[in-house]
Ligand binder design. Structure first.
Ligand SMILES: Nc1nc2c(ncn2[C@@H]2O[C@H](COP(=O)(O)OP(=O)(O)OP(=O)(O)O)[C@@H](O)[C@H]2O)c(=O)[nH]1
Ligand SMILES: [Mg+2]
Length: 711
């Protein structure tokens, strides 16, 4: 493409934060100031239109973002001080049930804006998204939003970035006023004051700071220099030599330190009141990386997964990651981040993650929320959507010249499940079609068939997550479902080592079955990443090499379902160190069965226990209700971690998920509707002994009933 903007002038950024902090409102302003949209519409707006990025009907009804949405715009600086820059943006949901949307966005983006509520600062999901940003080493700018709200406190939020997230926050702006007297911001670097006039804050007025802020503005610049010098050697030298620092030098140092993840620039404004957004965009251009400034690694499949550096170079072979799937009215859209090379419609590409399956790229688009613009070619650094390319989230495609895969995104475990069935004949037709679709789109949404009960079980990140999918089945697939009671995703594990010694022997007519195995199972260390490990310590061929994988398979089958309550077994290492075979009667099948049965025997001896998901719950309510909130948490076997009191009380606690059903109703009635809470998975821990016994008993009864029904 002739008019293509050089890579140095591309920014791929994500907007992530705690729920309701104003991400979508902010994105709407960005689209407006960059001329992508011509009128601002509010989230939950009275005009009935709704924000551009919340395009799904359900999002507009609920006033929350459910799916991330991509868009792009062109920015030339608040005062046209830059040449055109292309900014690709992904607005992500804040609700933790949709955390995979944040995960995959941060996986493919080069930089991010961490939005914080000026009155609440670092909240529970701010911590979660920050952890996700750290996982993918994404440099970020913190934007303190809602400066117009009561209780706005810019300084305090910046301090929280340090205390709660361990950042090195550097305040690049001084707000002029706060709450209903929030007038605008002073740029600490230039010392100039910015006001945002016009109906939508589109007219920027730059002046010398009002007299009462003059001294503060000067101080702020010095503070920026001191703090950046702490993390940037080049600036430190100047600073120590007491040489003057130019604005350009200071900005360059901020950029270096931000890209190196050594500092977080802090800016502020009010998206809703249209203040400060243009300067934030300037910050994105000045301080966040372009695609060439981020190191991306892949794994060479021809060289035993050896690490290779992927270069943002359009002339090299094509490598892209499918990070998101979406069905729209025209068909299947697969979102790609192009990491290397280029791809043109009509090209054939190969799915390296799935047996090198060959696909043609019929058409490609640049997405603007639910609108799209057809393009012919995409190059390294681009985020585009292909039409008609089947894939699962996280798969790598290349042009076939290289056999490289990219690291997929981290997929958190499901914590909750539900039995579902189509309500009537009419709904049956689309039932599995819808489920298939959703599992492909969303790796945190899982479906399986329970062997004993024959029920279809869906599992996911929380009640809201599963509710949304059931609602989508209704709306998008005309499939009404009946659902059982939500179930907690329990796990089973072992507490001690137990020996395996099992012989599987069967003689039926012709050739028999024979496999003997020996070894042991033992608990994995608590910090182990994998939930199951297989160790082959067979020497002298007592079990022939070709049968070893079958033993691993047998163990894997065994860990799928524990004998206590039928939930997956985690945290176990299976070691194989002995065995015997028979020249004629041994087979893969025989060793697989021996391993499955041997594991089950040993499991009973390994002191198995039940684990339950513990959630981190953050409750906020007017302080007068502190007593009742605490009482409710105690009743639910919760442990209080932190209580912060002010006008409102914020209580952080760890509570078993199993006791959290119905909590929102209870909290509402205990706080006259004024309390709210968020919750996310924290860890698994052992279920109290007595409860375990009851659970095991119930499970046995259920099995007996099902067995009786089958007879
Ligand atoms: N007073 C004030 N309200 C704001 C500001 N920004 C956003 N809001 C309001 O906060 C609410 C939530 O805004 P959204 O933009 O939907 O927040 P979000 O972060 O996208 O929310 P999720 O995507 O659901 O996590 C809406 O009612 C907005 O109007 C602001 O700067 N000041
Ligand atoms: Mg939103």
């Amino acid at each position: 493409m002739a008019s293509r903007i050089p890579l140095e002038r591309i920014r791929n950024i994500g907007i992530s934060a705690h729920i309701d902090s104003g991400k979508t409102t902010l994105t709407e302003r960005i689209l407006f100031y960059t001329g992508r949209i011509h009128r601002i519409h509010e989230v939950r707006g009275k005009d009935g239109v709704g924000a551009k990025m919340d395009s799904m009907e359900l999002e507009r009804e609920k006033g929350i973002t459910i799916q991330s949405a991509a868009t792009y715009c062109v920015w030339k600086g608040s005062l046209e001080q830059f040449p055109d820059h292309n900014v690709n943006i992904i607005d992500t949901p804040g609700h933790v049930d949709f955390t995979i949307e944040v995960e995959r966005a941060l996986r493919v983006l080069d930089g991010a804006i961490l939005v914080l509520d000026s009155g609440k600062g670092v909240q529970s999901q701010s911590i979660t998204v920050d952890r996700q940003m750290k996982r993918y080493r994404v440099p970020r700018i913190a934007f303190v939003n809602k400066m117009d709200n009561p209780g706005a406190n810019y300084e305090h939020v910046a301090d929280m970035l340090k205390e709660k997230l361990g950042h090195h926050p550097v305040k690049l702006q001084v707000p002029m006023g706060a709450e209903d007297k929030f007038l605008g911001v002073i740029d600490a670097i230039t010392g100039r004051a910015y006001f945002f006039d016009g109906d939508d804050g589109e007219k920027i007025r730059v002046e010398d700071p009002p007299a009462e802020y003059a001294a503060k503005a000067k101080e702020a610049r010095q503070e920026v220099i001191t703090q950046v010098a702490e993390v940037d050697d080049e600036l430190a030298e100047k600073y120590l030599a007491e040489e003057p620092v130019s604005d350009e030098e200071l900005r360059a140092a901020i950029r270096r330190a931000t890209l190196a993840l050594k500092m977080t620039p802090v800016m502020c404004g009010s998206a809703f009141r249209n203040k400060g957004v243009q300067l934030l965009l300037d910050g994105v251009i000045m301080y966040l990386p372009n695609p060439t400034e981020v190191v991306n690694e892949g794994h060479d499949q021809d060289k035993g997964e050896e690490k290779v550096v992927i270069e943002s170079d359009a002339t090299k072979p094509f490598i892209g990651l499918a990070f998101k799937l979406q069905q729209d009215k025209y068909g299947q859209l697969t979102y790609f981040r192009v990491y290397q090379g280029s791809v043109t419609s009509g090209d054939t590409i190969y799915n390296i993650s799935n047996e090198n399956r060959k696909v043609r790229v019929p058409r490609m688009f640049r997405m603007h929320s639910d609108d799209r613009e057809e393009i012919q070619t995409a190059e390294a650094g681009d985020i585009v959507a292909f039409y008609g390319v089947e894939a699962s989230s996280g798969e790598t495609f290349t042009d076939g010249k290289v056999n490289v895969t990219l690291t997929s995104m981290h997929v958190p475990a499901a914590v909750i499940s539900l039995a579902v069935a189509p309500k009537d004949r009419a709904s049956e037709a689309n039932f599995s079609k819808a489920l298939n679709r959703f599992t492909k789109e969303d790796p945190t949404f899982r479906v399986h068939q329970d062997e004993e009960s024959q029920q279809t079980i869906i599992s996911g990140m929380g009640e809201l997550h599963l509710d949304i999918y059931m609602e989508r089945m209704r709306r998008e697939y005309s499939c009404d479902v009946v659902a059982g009671k939500p179930q907690v995703a329990y796990r089973e594990t072992i507490s001690q080592r137990a020996e395996i010694n099992y012989t599987h022997k069967k003689q039926t007519g012709g050739s028999g079955q024979y496999g003997k195995i020996g070894g042991y199972i033992e608990p994995l260390p608590p910090d182990a990443v994998e939930t199951y490990e297989f160790v082959d310590e067979i020497v002298g061929g007592v079990i022939p090499k070709e049968f070893i994988p079958a033993c691993d398979k047998g163990f894997r089958e065994a860990v799928k379902k524990g004998s206590l309550i039928g939930f997956p077994i985690v945290g176990v290492r299976a070691v194989l160190n002995d065995g015997a075979f028979h020249a004629v009667d041994s087979s893969e099948q025989a060793f697989r069965t021996a391993s499955l049965m041997g594991f089950r025997e040993a499991y009973a001896e390994a002191k198995p226990t039940i684990l339950e998901p513990i959630m981190k719950v953050e409750v906020e309510a007017p302080s007068e209700f502190q007593g009742s909130v605490v009482g409710q948490i105690n009743q639910r076997r919760g442990v209080i971690l932190e209580t912060v009191t002010g006008e409102n009380v914020t209580i952080t606690a760890e509570v078993p998920l199993n006791t959290m059903f119905g909590y929102s109703t209870d909290l509402r009635s205990a706080t006259q509707g004024k309390g709210n809470f968020t919750m996310e998975f924290a860890k698994y821990s052992t279920v109290p002994r007595q409860e375990q016994e009851e659970m095991v008993k119930k499970y046995r009864e259920k099995l007996a009933k099902e067995a009786a029904a089958r007879k």
